[in-house]
Design a protein around this ligand. Structure first.
Ligand SMILES: [Fe+2]
Ligand SMILES: [Fe+2]
Length: 149
C-alpha cells in the first residue's frame, strides 16, 4: 500500500470517528438537558465508538508504527506521540465503556463522560493530523518536507 493510500484510509476513518463522536455528543447534550431516554443512545454510541476506535488504531499501528521511527529526523518523536496518544485514548475509552456498562453510573455522569471523551478524541485526531497524517510525511516519493507539514 502506498503511503498516500494509507493516509487516505486513516483520514477516512477519522471522518467516520467524527461522525460517531458527533452522534455521541448530541445524545449526551440531550441527556444533560433532561432527556433521560437519550442515555441509551449515549451507551450505544460509546460501544460503536469503542469498536471503530479499536479498528482505527489497529490500522494506524499496523501501517505506521514501523514506518514512523525512520520516516525523518523527528520520526522517533512522531512514533512516541502516536504510542502515547493511543495509550491515553484507550484509557479514556475503556473507562467510558466500563461506565456505560455500569448500572451504578448516573445519566449525568454518563453524559459528562461522553462529552469529555468527545473532546479528547477530537484533540487526539487533530494532533495526529498535524504531526503524523500529513501530506508531507505520507508522500509516495518518500521525500520529507518539514515537521508538522
Ligand atoms: Fe490514533
Ligand atoms: Fe487516528
Amino acid at each position: 500500500m502506498e503511503l498516500s493510500e494509507i493516509r487516505r484510509l486513516l483520514l477516512d476513518q477519522h471522518t467516520e470517528l467524527r461522525t460517531i463522536i458527533g452522534e455521541l455528543e448530541a445524545a449526551a447534550l440531550r441527556v444533560a438537558a433532561g432527556d433521560s431516554a437519550a442515555v441509551r443512545v449515549v451507551d450505544a454510541s460509546i460501544q460503536a465508538l469503542a469498536t471503530a476506535l479499536a479498528a482505527h488504531h489497529a490500522a494506524e499501528d499496523a501501517h505506521l508504527a514501523s514506518f514512523l521511527p525512520g520516516a525523518d529526523a523527528w520520526g522517533t518523536e512522531r512514533a512516541k506521540l502516536l504510542r502515547e496518544r493511543h495509550d491515553a485514548s484507550h484509557a479514556v475509552m475503556d473507562a467510558a465503556v466500563a461506565e456505560a456498562a455500569s448500572p451504578a453510573a448516573s445519566s449525568a455522569a454518563r453524559a459528562a463522560t461522553a462529552l469529555s471523551l468527545a473532546t479528547a478524541l477530537r484533540e487526539h485526531m487533530s494532533v495526529e493530523e498535524k504531526y503524523i497524517l500529513t501530506e508531507s510525511l505520507l508522500r509516495d516519493d518518500g521525500i520529507i518536507v518539514e515537521f508538522g507539514g
